[in-house]
Design a protein around this ligand. Structure first.
Ligand code: MG
Ligand code: MG
Length: 248
């Protein structure tokens, strides 16, 4: 079952989404050579708490930190630690915040200093694939329309689409029905309705789509060690389209 949220619930989801957006804006200036991923985690944690919210990922299925920090060939679910960012790295930061029982979820991949043109290509096209996916959202369309728009775009730019991890519904739980794969057939899957809350999140690799789970049992990495990017927004389906809850 896919939840349809009431106006009151959507008001809380707007606040939660905005806290996630603000947290991204708050940590962005700190993403520089020399900072550890643990320091970024601490800053994000304290900021979320200061907004009367709770970091959604902390203790989620046992995850030990408040945000996910995935560097270079790491795709998602990187655990913040003592790694110091270097010039030329890219870092995907995934943030969730829960406000009065409702979650916002958004990931963004940031450059550290000056990055290679290949990494810039990856970031630009992964971000654009997210917006292509979102543009398929309106009542009457289907989940497969989102998936297909992302797949078509990513394929055109020869990026590897991670299959094992997908977007999802979000609301009073961090992960709800439906799954939103980043590949699929147009005009297939559940029909979109006003009041659904969706987290769309393409994870694209500069190389092949293959991945593996690191020894820490959390971090997902590309099998060929190529860089990976991740862009995610939480949106509400509106009467004639969608509204981003984790953006400006
Ligand atoms: Mg996320
Ligand atoms: Mg998500």
């Amino acid at each position: 079952m896919i939840n349809i949220r009431s106006n009151r619930e959507i008001e809380l989801l707007i606040i939660a989404g905005n806290i996630v957006y603000q947290t991204h804006q708050y940590i962005k200036p700190f993403i520089k050579e020399g900072i550890t991923t643990e320091e970024i985690d601490r800053k994000a944690h304290d900021f979320i708490i200061s907004k009367d919210a709770i970091p959604s990922f902390k203790n989620f299925n046992g995850f030990p930190k408040s945000i996910c920090t995935s560097v270079n060939q790491q795709v998602v679910h990187g655990i913040p630690g003592n790694y110091k960012l270097k010039n030329g790295d890219i870092i995907s930061i995934d943030i969730g915040a829960c406000y009065k029982g409702y979650h916002g979820d958004s990931a963004w991949t940031y450059p550290v200093g000056k990055i290679s043109s290949e990494k810039e290509y990856l970031l630009n096209h992964t971000k654009e694939s997210l917006y292509r996916g979102l543009s398929a959202i309106k009542p009457g369309n289907r989940i497969g329309d989102i998936s297909n728009a992302i797949e078509e775009y990513a394929t055109k730019y020869h990026l590897g689409i991670v299959r094992e991890l997908v977007g999802h519904g979000v609301g009073s739980n961090l992960h709800e029905s439906p799954d939103i794969p980043n590949y699929g057939k147009a005009n297939s899957g559940p029909i979109l309705k006003e009041g659904m809350i969706l987290a769309v999140e393409p994870m694209l690799n500069l190389g092949s789509k293959e991945i593996y789970i690191d020894n820490d049992n959390w971090t997902i990495e590309t099998a060929d060690n190529s860089p990976s990017a991740h862009f995610e927004h939480t949106v509400v389906v509106t009467k004639d389209g969608y509204k981003i809850l984790t953006g400006e």
